[in-house]
Design a protein around this ligand. Structure first.
Ligand code: Q46
Ligand code: ZN
Length: 300
């Protein structure tokens, strides 16, 4: 297999693009894809300070790496979920990554902000902690960005993540979730920062290849609560589809963005208030994070 760019020995075949690259040309391809996504979707400007949510995994660290290499003003944000050894190890990976590159890393602890870490959410709600964990992550990302003056938060969601989320929303016809599925969520309130996903055009395999070739030391283990998650089942189904028909995942998600999503967009805006407790944006009187904090407190 030869590199389509230079004719040298290829290390990676990209069937969905019907191409193959050697290591240097693959790294260049990856970097350009990220850069082009940021530009085309008007995610942020070069001089704009951007907060990159890093989990210690390959996707978010690869994203931070590309942004730093390209001279973006990218600060890392690590949310300490307090999930046993998984959190200890992932935090250490983020700290080592930042330390080696002289990059700034903010650390926010869910336990400090909520009154209990993610395992306490599980105890308090007597359910898998993922929905409470997800809402805490979105809340704390926004809060950290506001507190530190960042107009935009970037996350490492890749094409597999986005396609699996879309698949799940469609399987359950969660039509209210469909308009929110976008690579750019603009700020619709002065206290809501823009959220962007610069890796959404790249697959998990492609970000893994970037992280491997750039020797990024990331946490390979998944969160222990991810076991049995339906998102993994959806990813598996989509991977099988992709194997049989390269490009299917891309077509599924891009087709939605171009032709499906506009049909579900609401013309009337949703009324946003400030939470009476914490002042963050919510659709009710008290935000979901404050309600969850009450629940965690009650169960202690
Ligand atoms: S939501 Fe669930 Fe993740 Fe939170 S509890 Fe772990 S698996 S980390 S992406
Ligand atoms: Zn609140």
């Amino acid at each position: 297999m030869k590199c389509r760019k230079c004719g040298g020995q290829a290390v990676l075949e990209l069937r969905r693009h019907n191409t193959a690259f050697c290591a240097p040309d693959y790294l260049e391809f990856f970097r350009k894809q990220v850069h082009e996504t940021i530009r085309r979707f008007r995610m942020f400007k070069k001089e704009e300070p951007v907060l990159v949510a890093v989990s210690g995994g390959k996707d978010s660290l690869a994203l931070w790496h590309v942004l730093l290499e390209d001279g973006y003003a990218a600060t890392g944000l690590y949310l300490d979920l307090g999930i046993f050894d998984y959190s200890k190890e992932s935090k250490a990976k983020c700290e080592a990554f930042a330390g080696a590159r002289g990059a700034r890393l903010l650390i926010v602890s869910v336990k400090d902000e909520l009154g209990g870490a993610v395992p306490a959410i599980k105890e308090a709600t007597r359910r898998p902690p993922c929905s409470g964990c997800g809402l805490s992550k979105r809340y704390l990302m926004n809060k950290a960005a506001l507190d530190h003056g960042f107009p935009v938060v970037a996350t490492g969601h890749n094409l597999d993540d986005e396609a699996a989320t879309l698949f799940g929303s469609i399987v359950h016809w969660q039509t209210e979730a469909l308009p929110r599925q976008s690579p750019v969520l603009p700020s619709t309130h002065p206290k809501l920062v823009r959220r962007v996903k610069p890796l959404f055009r790249l697959t998990e395999r492609e970000t893994a290849a970037y992280a491997f070739l750039r020797r990024i030391d990331y946490i390979v283990e998944e969160c222990p609560f991810a076991k049995g998650a339906t998102s993994l089942l959806y990813k598996d189904i989509l991977n099988r589809l992709e194997d049989a028909s390269p490009g299917a995942k891309h077509n599924f998600f891009y087709g939605f963005l171009e032709r499906g999503r506009p049909a579900f967009e609401r013309s009337e805006g949703i009324e946003l208030n400030e939470c009476a407790r914490c002042g963050q944006v919510t659709t009710g009187a008290i935000c979901a994070f404050c309600k969850l904090a009450d629940q965690v407190k009650r169960s202690r």
